[in-house]
Design a protein around this ligand. Structure first.
Ligand code: GTQ
Length: 350
């Protein structure tokens, strides 16, 4: 409440609150400015995770529990401002998942949308509705809500990727369902790479079984590093740089030209050596992975040194500036897809 009240009035009000509380009634005027803030005031904090350190703990977990036992062997990246909530922003989840050689993470499906961004290893796969996406470092793989997925690692090296999910959003709506397939692994439904070949090049199956196999609204699930990295380089060679973003490209769902999934948008950007972006803030708290290069992120008041594979989070409405010492390539994901549908998204550039 804004205006202080006389003591006797305060005491009488408190007696009123105490009387009504057991009946599930509380006064709005005590909380109005927190409920309807003049601008976002995120409980999430800017934070960075060292990949080397997180990897070390993950490998130790790998010695103690199998992927099959854990169902998913993942260390959650929990925002220090959201302790106990398994969230990196109020709407998003992030985790680092490890699959050791020979392991399988059993097949399941759920309402939540997931993306994987490969941090290390090659040759392991995520199978989506029975089609394997064989993963290379910095590939983006989707498992959209409702699609069966299992992971496996037939390679000789550990495979680690970042999981980005809309778990807190689905939790917020109380709309989560999940089920396990009876078998550990989904039967193969198509050769690896089929969907990429049919939908990933501005094409789609004319008709027939290939067109029916993938959901029409969400067919694509593999966006390869080799493709997006080449596109960024070409863009940097030709296009004028965006002063607030650097050279930035968004991943799209070819079915509708929108963000990759209904709740989550993902993008990559390249900041040339010596360049510093102008400050920008937006309502979509964003999780970033440093793909290559070094430099610094300034998030509000906080300075974060950047080196390859480190992960950092920029909460809603925090000014972000990025400085590149060497060419800096970042991957990012946020809830912008959901916010735009709800007419909530805003950005401000300085
Ligand atoms: O791989 O399906 O990090 O269901 C959290 C929940 C990964 C997965 C996570 C999941 C998964």
């Amino acid at each position: 409440m804004v205006t202080p009240l006389p003591n006797d009035q305060q005491a009488q009000l408190q007696a009123l609150y105490d009387a009504m509380a057991p009946e599930g009634l509380t006064p709005l005027w005590e909380v109005l400015s927190a409920l309807v803030p003049p601008q976002p005031n995120s409980p999430a904090r800017p934070h960075a995770w060292s990949y080397a350190s997180a990897r070390d703990y993950l490998m130790r977990a790998g010695d103690l529990i199998s992927a099959a036992q854990a169902e998913r062997r993942v260390l959650i990246l929990e925002n220090p401002g959201l302790a106990g909530q398994s969230s990196i922003t109020p709407s998003l989840y992030a985790g680092l998942q490890l699959i050791l050689p020979g392991e399988v993470a059993p097949c399941h499906r759920h309402t939540q949308c997931a993306l994987r961004f490969v941090m290390e290893g090659e040759g392991a796969y995520t199978s989506v509705d029975g089609e394997k996406a064989v993963m290379q470092p910095f590939d983006l793989v989707l498992t959209p809500g409702g699609q069966w997925h299992d992971h496996g690692n037939p390679s000789a090296q550990p495979m680690i990727w970042l999981d980005g999910l809309d778990i807190p959003t689905v939790q917020h709506f109380d709309a989560g369902f999940a089920e396990r397939l009876e078998t550990e692994v989904h039967p193969e439904t198509a050769a690896p790479g089929s969907t990429l070949a049919q939908y990933g090049r501005n094409l789609r199956p004319f008709r027939g079984s290939a067109a029916d196999r993938r959901p029409a609204h969400q067919p694509m699930f593999h966006y390869r590093y080799q493709d997006w990295r080449a596109s960024l380089d070409q863009m940097a060679a030709g296009a004028a740089i965006d002063p607030h973003l650097g050279h930035a490209l968004e991943f799209v769902n070819p079915a509708d030209g929108g963000p990759v999934m209904p709740t989550i948008a993902a993008h990559v950007r390249l900041i040339p050596a010596g360049f510093a972006t102008r400050p920008r803030c937006s309502t979509d708290g964003t999780v970033f992975v440093v793909v290559e290069g070094s430099g610094e992120a300034v998030i509000g008041e906080q300075r974060v040194p950047l080196s390859p594979r480190d992960i950092f989070v920029v909460p809603s409405w925090h000014m972000l500036t990025l400085r590149a010492e060497t060419p800096l390539v970042l991957f990012g994901y946020s809830d912008k897809a959901a916010q735009q549908k709800l007419n909530l998204f805003r950005e401000e550039c300085a």
